[in-house]
Design a protein around this ligand. Structure first.
Ligand SMILES: [Zn+2]
Ligand SMILES: [Zn+2]
Ligand SMILES: [Zn+2]
Ligand SMILES: [Zn+2]
Ligand SMILES: [Zn+2]
Ligand SMILES: [Zn+2]
Ligand SMILES: [Zn+2]
Length: 1789
């Protein structure tokens, strides 16, 4: 009540005050006072509560207006000292704007980053700046902004090149250094300072105010009433549903209001839900709290006094105002910065800016947004104050972060809860959601900490913050503080990774993001201070690492499975997040030698510290083998704790490589603690980790469950491997390079637990006999394989710069080559397979072209890169990043390639680059005794084929290692032409027999022996290659003195090769045969499952036969009975159809059946749908289905009914049985599990049993019309008379049928006009059709009626036949358009299924009256005729301009059957068809003449004699029309233009008519119409029995037609329409196209970003979606734009679909770059967008950010789907293929 009263009172009170108020006077008063602060506060205290918050419903417009006049205006007057409109303009004029663009991004706005020039990926440009910049021509990335952030154009630190766009290019005359305040008078500065200080203070006071019922001193209102608000705040605990439900209960509002409240709370962070006295609000509050406190903590609600809320409202307004005012001048901006950062009375960190920042987590979202924006437009835009602000920010950093962690309010409620509700399953979007969710700074969107990116990424600022504020240390410390869980050794120990944990953890991770920002640009120059602070940061970092080293240790589970999967995700998430940081730290170290050395020392110390704790209790043992021995510890990976997390070791490995790469190791060896290094210690833990992986592969850890499998997976995964697996390998290399290779290998053997196998003296034999346990043998085999692979990698992986002598890009080149060795790949696949650096770059673009060639995509698929053939020789089967699956795929592909090229099948190791000196000794592993012993052992085992104790892949690896040794030797020999002493002598070593006592054979001897072993067929090529190499190296050694060298490879004897090839070929063929057998078996079983598919080919054959024999449309069939007579399809002269039995085969039962009227019905599966594809008027509102009269189609074709068919024929009874089975199945399934299907059985839908095409009814097949053999037929005049009489007779007959009471007066008139005798009006004809056909006639008719009108089925409705005729006409028109658009000839180019469909439709149309009530069909006929021939008894006929003539023709012809059946005079149907056709053609010409636009004067043209006649004729006709209509028609000078208009306009109609009569009457088609050749017009006219001068139709029957003409013209509708009173359609109607799309996708994104939700007042739409049919932008997938459709809430897209596409919609989801097809409420699918990047790939979800451009071919394909009415079918296929699509609630989109 209180609310209502105050509502009425206030305006008047305010009005008087308002009238008396003068801003100028107030301002001048303020200029006089001493305490301005107090004065202004008084003013605010007085007015603010009178303007704002006066009732339950706020009125922002009037509030803002009053605030402007009463509050802001005096401030502005004071500020300017004059009229602000002039004062501010002056300021603006004198302003010298900064070069920074500073455009603040809207949500969803496109942003651009140059991949070549941006200092880091956070540097972005707005679209406008980007288009005016040099980067447009560079490689760039496009993304959509999440809102906030601004354009970096003009920031020289952000860009390596081209920092300015054209617009922001500085004038050379400008001196940027100039103080902006220099232009301002001191007075002005002082005033300005005063105002800003007071206003900002006021805003800060109010926004941080936390009392509900009182105000800060000085602001208490003069009179306070009992008016309160019940304010609801958002949180992340409660869902939308809970909030909506609660509100409905608590404040008694409707669902709609509650939704609106909830939406606002979500958006702004708070919303008042009730206004009234205190008790009233308290009551609501208690209900809300009670209702929400049960499960979780209650919703936050406050009852706030209205004056408090009012002041808070104005405080926000004031901040806006400040932002607005400083926009006029950089000087004002600087003053505001000063005011903001000025230290407050409480000393340090008490400035207004500090206060705001520190209260950030306590403010509501809307307030934060506003002040963040002010910060962006002030502090961050002023270069001087940006620095000061950054310092304050860094100072407050720890506290801010802590607040942020504890504040759990700001997760964007909407994104998670709303989308979860709308979007239950779709994987694509789900993934997107997930990725959004994980994105570093997503949660921070509304937190002030989010501003860090703006400062930390500025290199100079970042550096300053590191040195002066010790930012690195601060961040890491803050980070470590928040990870509290430790185990006894002080390592991290994470709890189970719950969603709650994940949420907290993500927050913590935002710190890592900040660290990344700080490190993103590496210093070019180091100061001592920077060194000191960086190393200090590194210390903290190592502390963090120490807590990670060895965390989440695992112990092998024996006996039984683990009970609970241990937690592992948290640790890996941490590792993954830190990966880039670790890499960046190393990169920093790589820029300064001193830093590197210090870092190395620190890291080593840290590792020693970690290690000392580990070795406790591990006993020393001595290993000896092949005459070497080494001490190590006893440790078994399979028995003791082992951890995958070793960041300290790995960092040291990274630094070790840098020592080599930067040559520090050679230049300053004395500064390095090399003597402290203990190689066995270095390798110990990485080795354990690698052994763990090997054991997992060997199946030894099966009982440890999936958590371990996952860890191993990530350890090798591209996201982690750089700082995990790769570094472990490097550490092994580093350690091994400092050790005796024999010692190294023995330790490796020992850790692999294989030492006992190889160490015994007679290992070559004993291994076979000892182990009989099959599992153990298998396990050991795998371990040996893994170990050999590890040795290969230690010796062979030399592509890391520093390890080997390589260039930076060699590594990436090699990665790409090995990926492409698997198979050709798309750009995005390659990117995924390569590690990205912190800038999301892989470096691939630099090298890709040198190793691969690009193949463009077609209309589907994507572009692929193929390996250049010359790169194949760099293939290494044991590439360290291959998974086992990759390896076998690559092997297969490479062998296939070799086979194709006719080469031998060996896959020898590739040439390798030499090691760097620091790692050079690694090659000695290859020739050390222990390795040779191992190789010899394996080869010895392989001599015996008896299985199990060695494996093929073990042997393959041994051969590979031998190959590596040989290649190494060859390389060294080649490179040392002068120095003869090559110490690496592998050939010598392998030729030497084994050690005593057994005197075993040498490796080489064994190989020669194995060469001929029949069981080693597959390895033969490789062994042969090795032996060749040995021979060639021996030759080289012999000839080293001379310059002669031999090239080793590829010198096989031709014969040998052929022989090899034959064998390989045989084997391959056997394999192929096996595969083929398997495939056939699979096919068979598949076929058995679908009984229909069993004889698919057979059906197809029989169908084809059917088409060949029965279909009249086949192109071979156009030979008429007599070859010289021209073909005619309509009229008494029409050519006879070929008399032939039509026999078809049922696809279900395989029986043949002849099509006859009296036989069993055969039906075609068909799909009927409403369509607006041809609509020329999308504004026409949908018809009211119950009362709509569809008899006449308007020429705008706004709604039609389309019928399509897949062309598959069934018996009607077979189909019925099938459909019943489908129904039953569906019912059972619905009961069992709630899985949806792609079709709606309840709605009559089913899938064609043969092709699974979506169908919803069947069309019966009917025999063609019999040729009528009548002689003399009446001319037009006579027929008109007969027809008139018939109609009159029908009128009277129908009247008799009607119930009594209808005016009997006229009946007497009727009697005088007797019907012609031959017209037996009382005769009820017998239906010629069998009962099943009759049934099917009803079925199809009802279906068309139901779908076309969207009504419930009612077979009695008189509109049933009308809908069938309409569908026939509409389908013909749509096919005619399609043929034109596809540039195909009229006949012969349609697929059979469409021909069959049209024939069935036309014949059905002519028969459907037999299933309806004859009088009602005759009634339709009468009304149709009346539109052409005036009939006084029909009252409302449409005017000629409102009739689509083809629809009229089809309906009249098809309905005539009902009249003809009662005629026995011998009048032929053909004659009547022709008369109607002629009259309607004339009517159509008249229609066109009336609508033809004004003449184009310029196009005057001479025409030939033949045309002149037509021009004269048409002028005559036109003039006749003008006499009837007078001035409504413009005068036309020449007939040329008119004739052109008519001729082009009438063509679609004539073509449609030809299609119609052809299919109706079954007349063969003239060959000229089977091609696109000239002279079509004449042929077409001839076929249609028309004169080629159409005007003759009129002129030859002028007397008869003249009255009709007069009748048409005198219809009042004509004049009205011509004068603009209706929809005027001009002819020819152009085919509709989908809207034009811009070439550049970002134009669309930009367009969408400025699109606001039409329903929630200027809000950004989350999912802007573009209708590709009409171009409307919609706010999809959102509560705000849901509307009710047939009693159900549906999303904007679905709603639009019904208005725009009659239920079918084609949309582009702009943010997702995804096409959406919708059909009805339940069907939909996503479709590839027509936008491709330069690599020929789409980017659904816009995740990659490559520039996208329109692919016109693909867009045309989508358009064709639409024009063909195939969208629904496409959805059906997509849903059948992907069941998850079925479960999506498409109607919510
Ligand atoms: Zn810009
Ligand atoms: Zn710019
Ligand atoms: Zn660039
Ligand atoms: Zn059948
Ligand atoms: Zn089919
Ligand atoms: Zn909306
Ligand atoms: Zn639309």
């Amino acid at each position: 009540m209180a609310a209502a009263e105050s509502d009425r009172e206030v305006p008047s009170a305010l009005c008087t005050e308002f009238l008396n108020f003068s801003a100028k006077d107030t301002a001048s008063k303020w200029l006089q006072v001493t305490d301005l602060y107090k004065e202004v506060y008084q003013h605010l205290a007085r007015y603010v509560p009178k303007i704002y918050c006066l009732g339950p419903n706020l009125n922002p417009q009037s509030e803002d207006l009053l605030a402007q006049l009463l509050l802001q205006a005096p401030l502005e007057w004071y500020l300017c000292g004059e009229d602000p409109s002039t004062g501010l303009a002056k300021l603006e004029q004198n302003n010298q704007p900064s070069q920074l663009c500073g455009h603040v991004f809207r949500v969803g706005e496109p942003t651009y980053s140059c991949r070549e020039c941006a200092a880091d990926p956070t540097c972005v440009l707005c679209m406008q700046c980007f288009l005016g910049s040099v980067h447009k021509e560079h490689r760039y990335r496009m993304t959509t902004s999440g809102g906030g952030g601004f354009c970096d154009c003009g920031d020289t630190e952000a860009w390596k090149k081209g920092p300015y766009c054209q617009k922001h290019e500085p004038n050379i005359s400008d001196s940027c250094q100039e103080d902006p305040l220099a232009h301002l008078s001191t007075d002005m500065i002082a005033r300005c300072y005063n105002v800003f200080a007071i206003v900002l203070k006021y805003a800060v006071d109010m926004l941080t105010w936390d009392k509900e019922d009182e105000l800060p001193p000085g602001l208490e209102p003069p009179d306070r009433g009992d008016t309160y608000y019940c304010m609801l705040f958002n949180d992340e605990v409660h869902t939308y549903e809970q909030v909506i439900y609660t509100l409905q209960k608590a404040v008694n509002c409707t669902q709609k209001e509650a939704v609106s409240f909830a939406t606002t709370v979500d958006r702004d962070g708070r919303k008042s839900v009730r206004f009234g006295d205190f008790a009233f609000c308290e009551q609501a509050k208690s209900v809300i709290v009670r209702n929400t406190s049960r499960q979780s903590k209650p919703l936050r609600v406050q009852v706030m006094h209205s004056s408090v809320v009012a002041h808070q409202c104005f405080a926000l307004k004031a901040l806006h105002w400040l932002g607005h005012v400083i926009g006029y001048s950089d000087a004002l901006r600087r003053i505001l910065c000063q005011v903001g950062l000025e230290r407050g009375p409480e000393g340090e960190n008490s400035s207004l800016v500090d206060t705001l920042m520190l209260c950030d987590s306590k403010m509501w979202k809307g307030a934060r947004n506003v002040y963040h924006q002010l910060f962006m437009s002030s502090l961050l835009m002023d270069l001087k104050y940006k620095k000061l602000f950054a310092i304050q920010f860094a100072k407050n950093y720890r506290r801010l972060q802590t607040d942020f962690m504890e504040d759990d309010h700001e997760r964007v409620v909407s994104v998670t809860s709303l989308s979860v509700q709308l979007f239950t399953v779709p994987t694509m979007n789900y993934e997107r959601l997930q990725s959004d969710y994980v994105k570093d700074d997503h949660d921070r969107e509304f937190s002030v900490t989010d501003l860090s990116v703006q400062m930390f990424t500025v290199p100079s600022l970042a550096r300053m913050l590191i040195t002066e504020e010790n930012l690195m240390t601060t961040i890491i410390r803050t980070f470590v503080d928040h990870l509290r869980h430790r185990d006894l050794q002080g390592r991290f120990q994470f709890e189970r990774y719950t969603a709650q944990q994940a949420f907290k953890f993500r927050r913590v991770q935002s710190l890592i993001g900040d660290l990344k920002y700080v490190l993103i640009s590496r210093p070019t120059e180091w100061s001592d201070q920077l060194r000191e602070k960086f190393l200090e940061g590194l210390d903290t970092f190592l502390e963090l690492f120490k807590c990670m080293q060895g965390m989440d240790p695992v112990v092998r589970q024996v006996g039984q499975h683990i009970e609970m999967e241990p937690e592992w995700e948290a640790a890996f998430t941490l590792q993954m997040k830190l990966t880039h940081i670790i890499s960046m730290m190393q990169e920093w170290c790589a820029t300064d030698e001193r830093v590197l050395i210090e870092a190395y020392k620190k890291c080593l110390t840290a590792l020693t510290h970690c290690h000392s704790g580990f070795t406790d209790g591990e006993q020393p043992i001595t290993l000896s083998m092949c005459g070497h021995s080494v001490d190590t510890i006893r440790y078994c990976v399979s028995q003791e704790k082992v951890s995958i997390h070793l960041p300290v070791s790995r960092l040291l490995a990274g630094l070790h490589v840098l020592l080599s790469k930067m040559e520090v190791a050679y230049r300053f060896p004395e500064q390095l603690p090399l003597s402290e290094l203990s190689p066995p210690m270095l390798i110990e833990h990485p080795l354990r980790c690698l052994v763990l992986c090997a054991q997992v592969h060997a199946g030894m850890w099966r009982r440890n469950g999936f958590s371990l499998v996952n860890q191993i997976y990530y350890y090798h995964n591209v996201k982690c491997r750089v700082e995990m697996f790769d570094k472990d390998l490097i550490m092994l290399q580093a350690g091994a390079s400092m050790m005796d290779p024999n010692h190294f290998l023995m330790i490796v053997l020992s850790r692999f637990e294989l030492y006992h196998i190889f160490s015994s003296a007679d290992c070559r034999k004993s291994y076979n006999r000892e182990n009989t346990n099959k599992d153990v043998v298998q396990q050991n085999n795998t371990l040996i394989e893994e170990m050999l692979h590890l040795i290969m990698m230690v010796v062979g992986e030399r592509f890391e710069a520093g390890v080997g002598q390589v260039e930076g890009c060699d590594e990436i080149k090699r990665e790409i080559i090995h990926q492409l060795c698997i198979r050709p790949m798309a750009h995005s696949e390659l990117v995924k397979a390569l590690p990205e650096n912190e800038n999301k770059e892989t470096g691939m673009e630099r090298v890709i072209d040198s190793v691969a060639s690009f193949k463009k995509p077609g209309v589907t698929g994507r572009g692929l890169y193929e390996l250049r053939p010359e790169c194949a020789k760099q293939f290494n089967l044991y590439f360290h990043h291959y998974s086992r699956a990759d390896q076998s795929k690559a092997e297969e592909a490479q062998r296939k390639l070799k086979r194709q090229n006719g080469e031998d099948m060996a896959l020898p190791p590739p040439m390798l680059p030499p090691f760097s000196p620091l790692f050079a000794s690694l090659v000695n592993i290859l020739q050390c005794d222990v390795l040779l012993g191992m190789l010899g052992a394996v080869l010895q085992w392989a001599v015996e084929p008896s299985g199990g104790h060695w494996s093929e892949s073990m042997l393959q690896r041994v051969l590979h290692l031998i190959g590596m040794g040989l290649l190494e030797e060859q390389q060294q020999l080649k490179n040392s032409s002068e120095d003869h002493d090559v110490s690496f002598n592998f050939t010598l070593k392998i030729s030497r027999p084994g050690e005593a006592p057994s005197n075993t054979a040498s490796v080489l001897a064994l190989l020669e022996n194995l060469q001929n072993a029949p069981h080693l067929e597959v390895h033969k090529d490789m062994i042969r290659w090795i032996l060749k190499m040995v021979a060639s190296i021996k030759t080289m050694r012999e000839l080293t003195a001379s310059t002669y060298t031999v090239t080793a490879s590829g010198s096989h004897g031709q014969e040998e090769m052929v022989c090899d090839k034959d064998k390989a070929e045989r084997k391959r063929k056997a394999e192929m045969a096996r595969l083929r057998r398997e495939k056939i078996m699979a096919q068979m079983s598949e076929m058995q499952r679908h009984f229909i598919n069993e004889n698919k080919e057979l059906f197809q054959q029989s169908l084809e036969e059917l088409y060949a024999s029965a279909s009249t449309s086949t192109s071979l069939e156009h030979s008429p009975t007599s070859s010289d007579a021209a073909l005619v399809c309509v009229g008494p002269r029409r050519s006879r159809p070929r008399e032939k039995r039509q026999v078809v085969t049922c696809i279900l039962c395989q029986e043949e059946q002849e099509i006859r009227a009296d036989s069993k019905a055969m039906v075609l599966a068909a799909f009927v749908q409403r369509s607006t594809v041809m609509s020329k008027n999308r504004k026409r509102p949908p018809h009211d289905p119950e009362h709509y009269d569809p008899l006449f189609m308007h020429p705008d074709l706004s709604f039609g009914t389309h019928t399509g068919s897949c062309g598959h024929i069934m018996h009607s009874h077979c189909w019925q049985r099938y459909f019943e089975a489908v129904q039953a199945k569906e019912q059972r399934r619905q009961q069992r599990l709630r899985v949806h299907t792609s079709y709606d059985v309840g709605n009559g839908e089913f899938l064609c049993p043969l092709c699974e095409c979506l169908s919803n009814t069947v069309i019966p097949l009917l025999p063609g019309a019999k040729g009528s053999n009548s002689c003399e037929q009446p001319g037009l005049g006579q027929w008109l008379k007969i027809s008139g009489q018939q109609i009159k007779a029908m009128h009277s007959a129908h009247r008799k049928l009607q119930p009594v009471g209808v005016d009997a007066v006229e009946e007497t008139v009727e009697e005088q006009c007797p019907a012609p005798e031959s017209f037996r009006i009382d005769y009820t004809p017998m239906s010629p059709y069998s009962s099943t056909i009759k049934e099917m006639l009803t079925t199809f008719g009802t279906a068309t009626y139901k779908v076309g009108l969207k009504v419930h089925p009612n077979e009695q409705d008189p509109r049933v036949p009308i809908m069938c005729w309409g569908s026939c006409a509409y389908t013909i028109q749509s096919i005619e358009r399609l043929l034109v658009d596809e540039e195909k000839p009229l006949f012969g180019s349609l697929p059979c299924r469409q021909d069959d469909c049209l024939s069935s439709l036309a014949r059905f149309g002519s028969a459907c009256w037999t299933a309806a009530s004859q009088p009602s069909v005759q009634g339709h006929y009468i009304r149709l005729v009346a539109a052409l021939i005036p009939d006084p008894q029909v009252e409302t006929s449409p005017c000629i301009l409102d009739i689509d003539m083809l629809h009229l023709l089809v309906s009249v012809v098809l309905s005539y059957g009902s009249v003809h059946s009662q005629d026995s005079s011998g009048l032929s149907v053909d004659a009547v068809q022709l008369h109607f056709f002629h009259i309607i053609t004339v009517a159509h010409m008249v229609q066109m003449l009336l609508t033809s636009g004004p003449e184009e004067v310029t196009m005057e043209q001479e025409s030939g004699g033949a045309e002149r006649e037509e021009e004269e004729d048409i002028c005559a006709l036109y003039n006749t029309l003008r006499t009837h209509l007078g001035s409504s028609l413009p005068e036309v000078a020449s007939g040329w233009h008119l004739w052109r208009c008519v001729k082009t306009g009438i063509l679609p109609y004539l073509r449609g008519a030809a299609l119609f009569f052809h299919h109706l009457n079954g007349v063969p088609t003239p060959p000229e119409l089977h091609a696109l050749c000239p002279g079509q017009w004449e042929v077409l006219c001839g076929y249609l029995s028309l004169p080629s001068n159409l005007l003759q139709l009129y002129h030859s029957q002028k007397e008869l037609l003249e009255p009709l003409l007069y009748g048409w013209c005198s219809h009042p509708g004509v004049r009205q329409t011509l004068q603009g009173g209706g929809v005027l359609v001009s002819f020819p109607r152009e085919s509709n196209s989908l809207i034009d799309l811009p070439d550049d996708y970002s134009a669309l994104i930009n367009q969408a970003s400025s699109f606001t939700c039409p329903k929630s007042g200027g809000d950004k739409s989350r999912a802007p979606t573009l209708c590709l049919v009409c171009g409307s932008m919609l706010c999809s997938q959102s509560y705000c734009c849901q509307t009710e459709l047939d009693g159900e809430d549906v999303g904007a897209c679905t709603a639009h679909t019904f208005a725009c596409g009659a239920g079918v919609g084609i949309f582009l989801r702009v943010r997702e770059s995804q096409v959406l097809f919708l059909s009805g409420k339940t069907k939909g699918c996503f479709y590839a967008p027509p936008y491709l990047d330069d690599y020929g790939e789409t980017d659904q979800g816009l995740r990659r950010g490559n520039p996208l451009h329109l692919c016109r071919q693909r867009y045309r394909k989508i358009q064709k789907l639409w024009r063909q009415h195939s969208v629904t079918e496409e959805i059906g296929h997509a849903q059948e293929a992907n069941q998850t699509l079925v479960g999506i609630d498409w109607q919510h989109l």
